[in-house]
Design a protein around this ligand. Structure first.
Ligand code: KG4
Ligand code: ZN
Length: 335
């Protein structure tokens, strides 16, 4: 049976296309990042993102098909992120994918970006023993998801204010590290000592919720009060990183215990974080459950995860109607 899916992703600042077979075998994955375009503004400018997707998406799709050695009519489906994300950016991908599906006469599937991030785990380990706890941490989202089976999720908790990646980017700005701050802050933290700049951990309660805006403010206050420049930026970065990662892993670990899950996984851009990866691995080890840390290229936004999620959605729900719209605030369907 033909099981080739073209995935298209344009929800934020990466223009991506990929061809994946059977929801697990990546034949090609092309990502064109707009980071340079937005860096001088210190964050993603929605209007610029949409315009850049418009220019880049066609060549990126062509590249993905060429690298996979397939033509459009060979596909089982075209799947695309329909939300959540920036409305203008989403519309570019959605309209393009619909046009391709129509022109090639192949099924069209709208995919939830968050479900895509969850499928990044199954891309690498199709035999991942479910149920699993996935800590989904990105620039826009932070949540603990109980993946009971394919397409069957429960959201145990999430952030009540900033997403973890957003906190990283904001703290990096306070430290003058540029945008996006997460990777740079992570690198700097590895050279610092958290004990020299301990930061408060928030929401150490029985819930599975998180709060990061207090830590961000604590860092900004510390830095502002340090008029004689005695605080080493590397120590501040290490203190912040420890506070954020420790609470994420503490709650993820408890989620595994309380649900009796078989695996602990990371997903989303912040899953590239060195301390988070090491601590999650250690936690899974202590619990005696499987640990899945997706490759860096599948942590940040990419279209392989959208093609994988699209393949499973096609199996369970069939194609999506061509009149579906973009949903900037789309939530992960639970059940
Ligand atoms: O999943 P993603 O590519 O886009 C969203 O859907 O948000 O995540 C991007 C986020 C940014 O906030 C970036 O700073 C953060 O992931 N990030 C990191 C690291 N690499 C990327 N945060 C901490 N440590 C990293 N190594
Ligand atoms: Zn994302």
């Amino acid at each position: 049976m033909n099981d080739l899916v073209l995935g298209v992703e344009t929800s934020c600042d990466e223009t991506a296309a990929a061809v994946v077979a059977g929801g697990t075998t990546v034949l090609s994955s092309v990502v064109s990042s707009q980071i340079d375009l937005h860096a001088r503004f210190g964050g993603v400018v929605p209007e610029l993102a949409g315009r850049a997707h418009l220019v880049t998406l066609g060549p990126v799709v062509d590249d993905a098909l060429a690298q996979a050695g397939v033509v459009g009519r060979d596909l089982a489906a075209v799947s695309v992120t329909m939300g959540p994300g920036l409305i203008g950016a989403l519309l570019v991908g959605l309209s393009h994918a619909k046009a391709l599906a129509l022109a090639w006469a192949v099924p069209f599937v709208g995919v939830n970006h968050l479900e895509g991030h969850l499928y990044a785990c199954l891309l690498e380990r199709p035999d991942l023993p479910l149920p699993a706890i996935v800590l989904l941490v990105s620039g826009g989202h932070t949540m603990l998801v109980h993946v009971k089976a394919h397409g069957e999720y429960a959201i145990l908790g999430g952030t009540i204010d900033d997403a973890a990646g957003e906190a990283y980017d904001k703290v990096a700005r306070v430290l003058g590290l540029g945008y996006p701050g997460g990777p740079v802050l992570d690198k700097l933290a590895q050279t610092g000592n958290a004990k020299n700049a301990p930061m408060p951990k928030a929401m150490r309660d029985a819930s599975f919720n998180f709060s990061f805006s207090g830590i961000k403010t604590a860092v900004a206050r510390r830095v502002a009060a340090d008029t004689s420049n005695e605080l080493a930026p590397a120590d501040v970065a290490a203190g912040f990183q420890k506070a954020v990662v420790d609470i994420l892993v503490e709650k993820a670990k408890r989620a595994v215990i309380e649900t009796g899950a078989n695996a602990l996984c990371l997903a989303g851009g912040v899953a590239a974080n060195s301390r988070l990866r090491a601590s999650t691995e250690q936690a899974a080890d202590e619990l005696g459950v499987e640990c899945l840390l997706p490759a860096f290229k599948y942590c940040t936004d990419n279209a392989a995860m959208i093609a994988a999620a699209g393949w499973w959605r096609l199996q369970s729900d069939g194609p999506s109607p061509l009149d579906i719209g973009a949903s900037p605030n789309l939530r992960l369907a639970v059940g």
